[in-house]
Design a protein around this ligand. Structure first.
Ligand SMILES: Cc1ncc(COP(=O)(O)O)c(C=O)c1O
Length: 406
């Protein structure tokens, strides 16, 4: 007799659904139920794709870009990516070292699928983007989580990296600017990590730079390969247009790395999705060659929103945060709310409890730090209009003021 659950592979028993997608779904469901909510979970720019990119996509469709493309991505897009990497990152890649996917997410997933043997270890600094450990688990690997607290600037440092490496280590995942903390690795940080990695030639490095343009306060994004160029042959650089060009729904991301790994990823694409959408690829090529001004204007706008969110959160009793240097998230400590009690008599024991309390009491939706591998924190996105940030902070302050006095 087969039951419903027999259909699901044992392999999937190890994986959780994405916490950020689940939180967004919860926010949407509350809204549909008529509840007024303020949603701080957004993981994408809050404005549409710039018109010149949309026009490029529409024109591509009209011109007949309606068929399959090469599985690695069109030659036009791959050469536009190579130009971008040279122009913006001073990195030289040939087109055959670049693969285009349905979002950076597909490239990361396929890179793990293409490279992990059962039991291979992947070092993931926490807090981390929620999908890394799950992707590793689904593909038979073992996530080696290294906790990087606020005192470390939420970054992995050389000694912690050295300690985490074993003979089974296959990858180190670096993500700068970071989701969920906004931490940005400096050239010195990366050189120090590079020194450790040089001594361990079996370790590959995945560097996820999808937030590279969103860096604030005069900080600069530095690619690991600018700091440690000799790591190039074992580094897979991940990037995409979702965040930089407000193109999350177009699903275009890419990887650049050694040809043997890129070919293995392409093999998986040929046997799974065939290729990314043809018109989306045409639009992405135009976007990458387009004016950078749109992106820098967005960065300025995000910086003022970041400043407002940090300033407002700092005024709320029990919440504490440092100012993040990049991405569009604030990872705020709620240690000061743990142990408080609601008027209904519920004790706030974890950041999951705090997130639930703010959702139910204040109509404010955030994501708990537990989901990102570090507690007690909440992630707030500032990819939202200033007025919403203000309204959200007003609602949080009001909800917190209704907790039982200490
Ligand atoms: C750190 C990080 N990497 C990769 C991605 C995936 O982006 P996409 O698949 O839209 O290119 C995200 C999306 O939220 C992210 O936060």
């Amino acid at each position: 007799m087969s039951s419903q659950s027999d259909i699901v592979a044992v392999r999937l028993g190890v994986a959780k659904p994405s916490a950020s997608i689940a939180a967004k779904a919860r926010a949407d469901a509350m809204r549909t139920a008529g509840r007024e909510i303020i949603d701080f979970t957004v993981g994408e720019p809050d404005f549409p794709t710039p018109a010149y990119i949309v026009d490029a996509g529409v024109n591509a469709l009209r011109q007949g870009h309606t068929r399959y493309t090469a599985s690695a991505g069109t030659a036009e897009l791959r050469t536009a990516i190579a130009r971008k990497l040279m122009r913006e990152n001073r990195l030289h890649y040939e087109a055959n070292e670049i693969v285009v996917g349905c979002g950076a997410k597909q490239i990361i997933f396929n890179a793990f699928m293409a490279s992990l043997n059962n039991g291979d270890e992947v070092i993931i600094p926490a807090p981390y983007w929620v999908s890394y450990p799950e992707m590793v688990l689904i593909n038979g690997g073992v996530p080696k989580i290294v906790r990087c607290g606020a005192q470390d600037g939420f970054k992995i440092h050389a000694t912690a990296l050295e300690r985490a490496i074993t003979p089974r280590t296959k990858w180190l995942v670096l993500n700068s600017p970071n989701n969920p903390t906004g931490a940005v690795y400096s050239a010195a940080d990366l050189r120090a990590l590079g020194d450790v990695l040089h001594a361990h030639p079996h370790v590959h490095i995945m560097t996820d730079e999808i937030y590279e343009h969103f860096v604030y306060g005069g900080e600069k994004h530095v690619c690991l390969l600018n700091a440690s160029p000799t790591l190039r042959s074992r580094t897979l650089l991940i990037n995409g247009l979702s965040k930089s060009h407000a193109m999350t729904g177009w699903r275009i991301g890419y990887g650049a790395g050694q040809a043997s790994l890129v070919n293995a990823i392409v093999l998986l694409i040929t046997q799974s999705t065939t290729c990314a959408g043809a018109a989306a690829q045409a639009a992405a090529a135009v976007a990458l060659d387009g004016p950078i001004k749109g992106v820098t204007d967005t960065t300025q706008m995000f910086e003022s929103r970041r400043n407002r969110l940090v300033e407002r959160l700092a005024q709320i009793d029990g919440i504490h945060c440092n100012t993040p240097n990049g991405a569009f998230y604030v990872f705020a400590s709620v240690a000061g709310l743990i142990g408080r009690e609601t008027r209904a008599g519920k004790l706030l024991e974890t950041d999951v409890d705090v997130a639930e309390f703010l959702r139910e009491e204040g109509g404010v939706v955030t994501i708990d730090g537990t989901s990102y591998g570090l507690s007690p924190f909440l992630r707030f996105s500032f990819a939202k209009p200033m007025s919403e940030i203000d309204r959200g902070c007003d609602a949080i302050a009001a909800a917190v003021s209704r907790l039982e006095p200490l």
